[in-house]
Design a protein around this ligand. Structure first.
Ligand code: ADP
Ligand code: MG
Length: 702
């Protein structure tokens, strides 16, 4: 590699630096104001930006552009338009107008809308998100200028993941600014939420992948017996990265750096063939866009190494699945991380106020936060012994807990002259910078200057979780601002708020082992919700408290909430439907025939041995009968599964949620009964007869 990282970094991103270089000063200034939400981009300026973008893209070999967006499928979508514009005399020009930059009109009819389009209109529009850099996509069809956009209906209804995320960021900014103003800050103009996602994934050889219909169609294995070795030795975690994977990681980093995505940390994860990539934190919407690109790029680069990247939350039973840690904080444009304990008493008091607000928000809206992490894949993880339980709790660490407890009892946040504040007598005068111990079992952990939400599913967009987090915290900050703005004594009101919030919501704070059974019992005593599946948590979305929260902060209108409820329920049902159908296919067309073939081969061998010698063959005959009876059970349970799939599908007329519920309660549960004899057979049938690659091959041979 001749080029240095600093040279190739960002070559494929129309970043801030590029805009500063290529745009006239006035237009660049206008873009900055637009990004800050202070004005709307004029068409003249849009034309200038579009022309600059087009020239930049064409220099990099692009022939097409696309409005890149994130429909509710969780993936990204794009439709490519070439820049060519016929001149009428047999030639073409390369054109890209401001209008085409700002707004697009993809055919929206086949994206999920959960009924929204029935109420409104079939058309959908994409609108440029000026705060997320455009980039060059290296597709097999050629290079494409990709413009990050929001996807909305005719009347502005959100049909995607980006729109509510941007709205929730605005909501938080509005309320956090009010709080800062009330505390005497006159410099900050905006508060942004920041996110650093840590992406987990598996790699397997593409030959194995191609031979597993379940992986191919559903992303996870629905059969597979545990090999003699699993992850019990913990010898993969942080181990040396083997050559083939190292080659993949190296290329992945380069591709991401070229896009201006800060791939930072990479390592082996706990399960065999499992890995993690963390990027440096960014503004939430940019982080969400980048994470989609990270997932796409992982898949693309893996192929070049004859590997397949599995992003499913639980591709293999019995070893850890994959998640995505969502490191979250808030920062003001005058340079403060609002969740960073500061150097002065004033900063520390402010930190405690924001931290207390987060504690209240997380406790009050725990079910919605849990919902933000729900999908069919994550149902295999949350509550199992590898990911945080389905119960939302907060880890503060001993020191911060002590501080909150001291204030909550009789401590004070005291004012110093000049409006400065210091912590009261019973508290530590200054908070040390790194005041957290590590706790890997908490779903929502304070880690020094941010909270880490650890429940997110590996395959999904991080937007959902962040929409909830931003809106929930905005809601509490609104309450704080209302109180502070009315208070005659800011200091005593701050103390009162921190005290009150901590006392009322301390039940959500838990510093112990979140994976233990004792915690589940303890959490129940504390009255914390334990919503174990997507189907259990989905109804929370359409409850009044949820509708009130999201509509109050203009993150969703009621129709959008209902539409999402329907879309997510339907998506869940479809996923289980695919998994169940592929299971039926594998049981009937692969496992049963292979096992019977082997059994009859054994039987004919037994018969021929008996003709020659008179040794006992009872053990072999027992094996044959064991195989036969497992095949029998397999086929019986498969028949039941088929019936249950049909019955569940009939629930469609009762609505998407009824459909999802039927798939969870009847189909998903029956799948375990089919799997058991299937996995038994894998251990009984000779290896060369087994019809698809085993866990041993997929996880340990690469
Ligand atoms: P760890 O000790 O868990 O490895 P790091 O400090 O390396 O934690 O950060 C982990 C992730 O948190 C990274 O993605 C990092 O960019 C992100 N992060 C750090 N600071 C912030 C912040 N202020 N807001 C959001 N994410 C952050
Ligand atoms: Mg982490």
């Amino acid at each position: 590699m001749a080029t240095s990282v600093t040279d190739l970094y960002g070559v494929n991103a129309f970043s801030d630096v590029v805009m500063r270089e290529r745009l006239p000063k006035a237009v660049y200034k206008e873009i900055k104001a637009v990004q800050q939400g202070l004005m709307v981009l004029s068409l003249e300026s849009a034309n200038v930006v579009a022309a600059a973008m087009k020239d930049w893209a064409i220099e990099r070999g692009a022939t097409h552009y696309t409005h890149w967006f994130q429909p509710l499928t969780g993936a990204t979508a794009e439709k490519h338009d070439s820049f060519i514009e016929p001149t009428g005399d047999g030639r073409v020009l390369m054109e890209f107008s401001g209008k085409a930059l700002i707004q697009g009109e993809p055919d929206a009819s086949s994206f999920p809308s959960g009924g929204l389009r029935d109420t409104f209109e079939a058309r959908g529009y994409t609108a440029w998100d000026t705060t997320s850099p455009a980039f060059i996509k290296d597709a097999t069809t050629g290079k494409i200028l990709a413009i990050p956009t929001a996807f909305i209906g005719y009347h502005g209804q959100a049909l995607d993941k980006k729109t509510p995320l941007l709205r929730s960021m605005d909501a938080l900014s509005t309320q956090a600014l009010r709080v800062l103003r009330a505390l005497g800050n006159n410099t900050a103009k905006k508060v942004t939420t920041t996110v650093g996602p840590e992406q987990e994934y598996f790699l397997i050889d593409k030959e194995y992948f191609a031979k597993r219909p379940d992986l191919l169609l559903s992303g996870r294995t629905v059969f597979g017996a545990m090999p003699a070795k699993g992850q019990e030795l913990d010898d993969h975690y942080f181990g040396a990265v083997q050559d083939r994977v190292a080659g993949f990681m190296k290329e992945l980093n380069i591709e991401l750096w070229k896009l201006g995505i800060d791939a930072k940390t990479q390592h082996n994860e706990v399960a065999p063939n499992q890995f993690e990539l963390a990027t440096i934190f960014n503004t939430s919407n940019v982080a969400a866009d980048s994470n989609q690109l990270v997932m796409e790029t992982m898949k693309k680069v893996a192929k070049r190494h004859d590997l397949v990247c599995l992003l499913h939350e639980k591709p293999f039973a019995g070893v850890n699945g994959s998640g995505k840690h969502n490191n979250w904080s808030m920062s003001s444009d005058d340079g403060q991380n609002l969740l960073e304990p500061g150097d002065t008493p004033h900063e520390n008091a402010q930190f405690l106020l924001f931290a207390a607000s987060v504690i209240k928000a997380v406790d009050m809206y725990a079910p919605l936060l849990r919902l933000g992490a729900a999908n069919s894949g994550n149902d295999h993880r949350l509550g199992a012994n590898e990911a945080p339980p389905a119960i939302i709790s907060i880890f503060l660490g001993d020191l911060l807990t002590e501080i909150f407890e001291a204030i909550a009892k009789d401590g004070k946040l005291e004012a110093k002259e000049g409006g400065n504040l210091k912590l009261g007598a019973n508290c530590l005068p200054d908070l040390p910078k790194d005041l957290t111990d590590r706790n890997r079992t908490s779903p929502f952990a304070f880690t020094g200057n941010k909270f880490e939400f650890r429940m997110c599913p590996s395959s999904d967009s991080i937007s959902g979780a962040n929409v909830v987090l931003n809106t929930a915290v905005a809601d509490i900050l609104m309450e704080v601002a209302d109180r502070l703005e009315k208070a005659s004594n800011i200091t005593s009101e701050m103390t009162a708020i921190v005290k009150e919030y901590y006392n009322a919501h301390e039940k959500v704070v838990f510093n112990g082992n979140g994976y233990s059974d004792e915690w589940v019992a303890e959490a129940e005593k504390r009255g914390l919700p334990n919503l174990k599946s997507t189907v259990a948590v989905l109804p929370e979305l359409i409850k009044d408290y949820s509708k009130n929260l999201f509509t109050k902060h203009k993150v969703f209108i009621e129709e959008e909430i209902v539409s999402r409820y329907n879309v997510y329920a339907e998506k869940y049902a479809k996923q289980i439907n695919i998994e169940a159908n592929v299971m039926v296919e594998m049981a009937k067309q692969q496992i049963a025939p292979a096992a019977l073939e082997y059994a009859s081969e054994l039987a004919s061998e037994v018969a021929s041995i008996k003709e020659i010698v008179s040794v006992g063959t009872s053990t072999t005959e027992a094996l044959i009968s064991d195989i036969a009876s497992n095949v029998e059970t397999l086929l019986k349970e498969t028949a039941v599964l088929e019936t249950k799939i049909k019955e569940a599908q009939e629930k469609e007329e009762e609505g998407e949620y009824a459909l999802a519920k039927a798939f969870r309660e009847n189909v998903f549960t029956q799948m375990a009964k089919v799997r058991e004899p299937g996995d038994c057979l894998e251990k009984l049938v000779a290896k060369e007869y087994w019809p698809f690659p085993t866990y041993e091959e997929m996880l340990f041979k690469m």
